[in-house]
Write a protein of this length. Structure first.
Lengths: 113, 115
């Protein structure tokens, strides 16, 4: 069975600084996808970034990058140049080829002015 | 609209009543997922459809929960004889079928409160 672990219930970062949100996973599948979603207080789930298990390069999307370390089974999200609007819950998720998708418990990020 | 649509946005029911939650996925999306999200928690998988076929219902917490997608588009999640522990946000998501790098697109959810 798949398992996603986010060990940081809450994180604080100063505006304009970078922050890393941790995610580790456990799976016996060889092929899988890793996702990060943002959930603001309004409740919608916003897709941020994707990393495939066979991708050799770390994924990047604007200010978001994914630090993928396959041997350690970690997929940490790095947000550069934090903005006040980045304050939200962040969820790491993994999807196997059978389409089964599992989410971590989330990290609440607060950006301080 | 172009996104996943869920209705109602909010639902209040008395314990013991039956409720039905609707999800209208993005047109052309084969896969449809239901999640339950308790306050302060991550989404918990309930069930998954590929077209009209329910391929995985392992996350449904009890036989009071039932989901269907009879024509492979709109889906309904039904909860019978609701209990207070059923209070949560119910999220629906849809995606293209394969490959697994396709992100799920979520609706705004239905916030269910059982009194």
């Amino acid at each position: 069975a798949q398992k996603i672990t986010q060990t940081q219930p809450g994180m604080f970062v100063q505006e304009k600084e970078a922050v890393t949100l941790d995610c580790t996973y456990d799976t016996s599948d060889q092929s899988y996808g890793l996702f990060w979603y943002k959930q603001p207080s309004s409740g919608e789930m916003i897709f941020l970034i994707y990393q495939g298990s066979y991708d050799e390069q770390n994924a990047t999307e604007g200010r978001y990058s994914l630090n993928f370390q396959k041997a350690r089974k970690s997929a940490n999200l790095v947000i550069s140049a934090s903005q006040l609007g980045d304050s939200a819950m962040y969820f790491c998720a993994m999807r196997a080829d059978n389409n089964d998708m599992r989410f971590g418990a989330g990290t609440r990020l607060t950006v301080k002015p | 609209g172009a996104g996943v649509s869920q209705s109602p946005r909010y639902k209040v029911a008395k314990r013991g009543q039956d409720v039905a939650l609707r999800c209208d996925p993005i047109s052309g999306h084969v896969s449809l997922f239901w999640y339950q999200q308790a306050l302060g928690q991550g989404p918990e998988f309930l069930t998954y459809f590929q077209n009209e076929a329910q391929l995985d219902k392992s996350g449904l917490p009890s036989d009071r929960f039932f989901a269907e997608r009879p024509e492979g588009s709109v889906s309904t999640l039904k909860i019978q004889r609701t209990q207070q522990e059923d209070s949560a946000v119910y999220l629906c998501a849809s995606s293209l079928e394969f490959p697994s790098n396709q992100p799920q697109h979520f609706g705004d959810g239905t916030r269910l409160s059982i009194l």
